[in-house]
Design a protein around this ligand. Sequence first.
Ligand code: DAK
Length: 258
Amino acid sequence: MEFITYEQEGFVGIITINRPKALNALNSQVLKEIDAALDAVDLETTRCLILTGAGEKSFVAGADIGEMSTLTKAEGEAFGKTGNDVFRKLETFPIPVIAAVNGFALGGGCEISMSCDIRLCSDNAVFGQPEVGLGITPGFGGTQRLARLVGAGKAKEMIYTAFNIKADEAYRIGLVNAVYPQAELMEAAKKMAAKISKNAPIAVRACKKAINEGLDADMDQAIVIEEKLFGSCFETEDQKDGMAAFLNKEKVSGFKNK
Ligand code: DAK
């Protein structure tokens, strides 16, 4: 791959978008490579992913404006679909994905971070949806995910004004879970990923599915979604081990993902 690196550290996989010349902007090739990197993740041995950008300046500075500038309507739609498919794959990926936002997260950068389960950012991070200043709408789910995350009023303000916000404001409005000094961001993301990975993987996956699918349903349906996923954990070895350990006043030495 030209623009993506993948490292495995224990149960944690780290995907880094590495296109420094364009501040890690997403062109079609980068999108295809993220897609391929996700397809290659070994779900037997990987329990959490971290998505980050290379360098200390930018997470992802948006979709590639150079590539988009000459697109026809049909090509624009196709580009939007490629991005949306990858972002949706991330959002529904069976294991949790933490975005470690290490700088600019603009347009498609803000959008890809919102497709992740949890956002941690560096203190120099900047978030925004500048698309209307370029004559387009957010095209990778920004109008939908931002409104769901921070509420319609704040999302509309950010999108209509095309105004960027800094890390502290992103934290204040609930767009990010926590802010760290740049030098500590990856360690913090790894620490959180390791905490997640210690828990029963089948249960963690079921929680992700229950939260995601439940949010798209009304409460009566949502509760049924939870019931079914709750039931699916029973008779797993991890459920037996977890409960037996509690009853024996012990800690599980390590969940088996079975
Ligand atoms: N695309 C391409 N190249 C980019 C880029 C981008 N988004 N952002 C930065 N670069 C490139 C710059 O052109 C520059 O390249 P060279 O001139 O050196 O060759 C290099 O990265 C360094 O950038 P700057 O020189 O501008 O660096 P500064 O520190 O001065 O400024 C900046 C950093 C992030 C504030 C600035 O680069 C900037 O404003 N970048 C653009 C940010 C932006 O507007 N992003 C949103 C893009 S729009 C859709 C699908 C998707 C989307 C929409 C519709 N459909 C098809 C439905 C999504 C749209 C977007 O994401």
